[in-house]
Write a protein that binds this ligand. Structure first.
Ligand code: ARG
Length: 464
């Protein structure tokens, strides 16, 4: 048991020893120090608010702001010295401020403030800034997909349902499908940033500010868009953390599904694409192997992000009104998710911009049976109801199989008309993959014009 109450800022009432493991258990400094800048910024503006109230004079304010700058430099240059009793970033910065400018002035910065509104404020500043950065790299990622889609617009490949060859599509159509998910993620992120960006500062520990601080002034100076309207909610609301974790989970799910496709397409069995060496690794035993580790990690890391969401959501559900220490459990999953998502976006961007596709393999995987629906559509255009044409086309597929032909296009005119006399010579025109995709011009389809329109719309969403 340690007798030393160290630099604990709330030590007055606590004279007894504490269990050193409890100190470790309680401390968040190892992981919340990354918010040092947000914390110093919050204190800078908060003390300006106290100055407006006459609780800190101009000289003192200058001293405080000078001290805060020194601390910021120390953090930036990795020179900040942690001391026993530095429980979290808030107490560490305040303790250091006292050493630099003297405890008399430093002792005033916390007037009317609690770590409860302080931590909520720091988190929101830290998170909104992180999300803005994520938003930028996400836009670049989407832009990379769009560029690639435009360049390779002429490449066709099988589209799959149930992982079975279904209908021909453009490769760009598939890329554009991923981009459509990621653009939704991008839009969702903007909405979340706006909800994160609401000020909790100036409510004290839970009941409100005793000196009538100007919360609007604090919010404006700190760059918040709005103010949380209830003091209890201000200190205890971590919905924004849940939202960011959920957003990250959903995004990682999208990334994971995209990675799964690419893993499959990069197998020798498919051979549609080849990752660049920069994003693959070899096997320690089998010299011939080139493994898509980057994609597997994108897929695998989706699990831990979801784990973080599930974990904190579980902790959050039973926290009573206002602040309870359970809320400190918001940080590790949140920070981990932000880093994981950031790295995943950068890796995925690298993969997309450096991989090679194999047009021959992609187009070589197209088979005539994939035009069976087009054959049914051919008769629809001659006025036959689709339910009937579906059956007729099925007959053609069956006959071609029975005759061991390489595809339905090999049936003779007599064989076609033996199944249905409404087949004419122009049936041969059906058997082109290019014609098939080019029929799909309606919004969202795989025709060149439709894909280009999708890409344009996606581009405009991220340029807003
Ligand atoms: N480190 C704490 C956290 O992250 C700061 C708030 C502490 N507040 C308190 N009343 N103990 O939640």
């Amino acid at each position: 048991m340690s007798k030393d109450t160290g630099n604990r800022l709330w030590g007055g009432r606590f004279t007894g020893a504490s269990d050193p493991l409890m100190d470790l258990y309680n401390a968040s400094l190892p992981y919340d120090q990354k918010m040092y800048k947000a914390d110093l910024f919050g204190t800078k503006i908060y003390t300006a608010g106290l100055n407006k109230l006459g609780l800190i004079n101009d000289e003192e304010l200058k001293e405080i702001h000078r001290g805060l700058l020194v601390i910021e430099e120390e953090w930036e240059q990795n020179k900040f010295e942690e001391k026993p009793g530095d429980e979290d970033i808030h107490t560490a910065n305040e303790r250091r401020l006292g050493e630099i400018i003297g405890k008399h002035i430093a002792g005033k910065v916390h007037t009317g403030r609690s770590r409860n509104d302080q931590v909520a404020c720091d988190m929101r500043i830290y998170v909104r800034e992180n999300l803005s950065e994520l938003s930028k790299i996400l836009a670049q990622f989407i832009d990379t997909i769009i560029k690639r889609s435009k360049e390779e617009i002429d490449v066709l490949m099988p589209g799959y349902t149930h992982m079975q060859r279904a209908q021909p599509i453009r490769w760009s159509h598939l890329l554009s499908s991923y981009a459509t998910y990621f653009v939704e993620d991008y839009k969702r992120l903007q909405q979340i940033i706006s909800r994160v960006n609401s000020s909790p500062l100036g409510v004290g520990a839970l009941a409100g500010h005793p000196y009538g601080i100007d919360r609007e002034f604090l919010a404006t100076e700190l760059g918040f868009e709005s103010i949380i309207g209830n003091s209890l909610t201000a200190v205890s609301d971590r919905d924004f953390v849940i939202e960011v974790l959920f957003w990250s989970t959903l995004f990682m799910n999208h990334i994971s599904r995209f990675a799964e496709d690419f893993i499959i397409y990069s197998t020798a069995e498919f051979g549609f694409l080849k990752l660049s060496d920069a994003y693959s690794t070899g096997s320690s035993l089998m010299p011939q192997k080139k493994n898509p580790d980057s994609l597997e990690l994108l897929r695998g890391k989706s699990g831990r992000v979801f784990g973080g969401l599930a974990g904190f959501l579980m902790a959050y559900k039973s926290v009573p009104s206002s602040y309870d220490k359970d809320l400190q459990e918001d940080k590790e999953p949140l920070f981990d998710a932000l880093t994981t998502v950031e790295h995943s976006i950068l890796i995925a961007t690298g993969i997309i911009s450096t991989m090679e596709i194999n047009k021959e393999k992609m187009e070589g995987a197209l088979t005539m049976d994939m035009l069976a629906t087009d054959l049914a559509d051919y008769l629809v255009r001659k006025g036959v109801p689709f339910r009937e044409t579906h059956h007729i086309s099925g007959e053609c597929v069956r006959l071609a199989e029975e005759l061991k032909l390489s595809g339905i296009d090999q049936l003779t005119m007599e064989q076609f008309t033996s199944i249905d006399e409404r087949f004419g010579d122009d049936v041969k025109d059906v058997f082109s993959f290019e014609v098939s995709v080019e029929r799909r011009t309606a919004i969202g389809g795989t025709a060149k014009s439709a894909v280009l329109k999708q890409l344009e719309a996606l581009q405009s969403e991220i340029s807003k």
